[in-house]
Design a protein around this ligand. Structure first.
Ligand SMILES: [Fe+2]
Ligand SMILES: [Fe+2]
Length: 273
């Protein structure tokens, strides 16, 4: 990594960490109004959704291993991984607490669920560090969109404790998204053509993390139904804001693919068609 990029990454991490410490820390034991949980009626669908997202978050050891394997020898990126992992660890933990304290899952069921999840391994979907950075950026925003829709669903059905949990988790996911966008923007400054090729590739092939590893087919279909993310939502809520944040247009991606990959048809964006 060149010196300029290394220093830019370091400044980006320090800004991220300073803001997280100052404005975004939350405590899953004291910042949730657990006393009000009795007012959240039990709801089998919302509980299954919470359990499913809890499961996706539970692949944290694999996500962290991958991050450290790819970036662990870079100071800023390794320290980001440590901080990010701490924040992500609260996401599955607080959803787990919700399921237990609301009486919708027993401790034993939750331990069994964790054992089932952790008996599988999530594999990274892309080979290179830069593709994985871009994947992280898209994954964080997708997760934010998912939690935002779950929060709306919880609010509309009178589940205020669950809604507040999704608000806190979603705020973390948006902060992670912005950090990744910042990192990808630096890669664009460093190697615009190469980064655009990677960005086009990841946007075209992105899939929700760990979706295929969840314990049963029903849980997977619940996940897909409950996310509300179809091709149109993906374009509107994930691709468009990502390109705007990076000050790019779809034409930048199409142009790059045309010039950089001779002979390939630049109009074949699977997710976008
Ligand atoms: Fe998360
Ligand atoms: Fe996140």
């Amino acid at each position: 990594m060149n010196k300029e990029l290394r220093e830019s990454f370091h400044r980006a991490y320090m800004t991220f960490f300073e803001q997280a410490e100052r404005t975004r820390r939350w405590n899953p034991f004291t910042d949730i109004d657990w006393d009000a949980i009795a007012l959240d009626r039990t709801d089998a669908q919302l509980a299954t959704n919470a359990e499913t997202f809890c499961g996706v978050e539970m692949f944290l050891p694999d996500y962290l291993n991958t991050h450290l394997e790819l970036f662990g020898r870079n100071y800023a990126q390794a320290w980001f991984a440590a901080n990010w992992g701490y924040e992500e660890s609260k996401h599955s933990l607080v959803l787990r607490e919700y399921l237990h304290r609301s009486g919708q899952r027993t401790e034993e069921q939750l331990h069994d669920y964790a054992d089932t999840i952790l008996s599988k391994h999530w594999q990274r979907p892309y080979a290179t560090p830069r593709e994985m950075l871009i994947y992280g950026m898209i994954q964080e925003l997708t997760t934010f969109v998912v939690y935002r829709s779950q929060r709306t669903l919880a609010l509309d059905t009178g589940h205020s404790v669950l809604a507040d949990i999704y608000r806190l988790i979603g705020r973390d996911e948006m902060a992670h998204t912005k950090f990744y966008q910042h990192m990808v923007a630096m890669h664009l400054d460093d190697d615009r053509e190469g980064t655009l090729i990677d960005l086009a590739h990841v946007l075209r092939t992105f899939r929700m993390p760990a979706e295929q590893l969840l314990p049963d087919a029903e849980a997977r279909s619940v996940l897909m139904r409950s996310t509300g993310i179809n091709g149109q939502v993906y374009l509107r809520d994930i691709v468009a804001p990502t390109l705007a944040a990076l000050r790019l247009t779809r034409h930048d991606l199409l142009r790059t693919r045309k010039s950089a990959i001779p002979g390939q048809d630049a109009a074949t964006h699977d997710q976008e068609s």
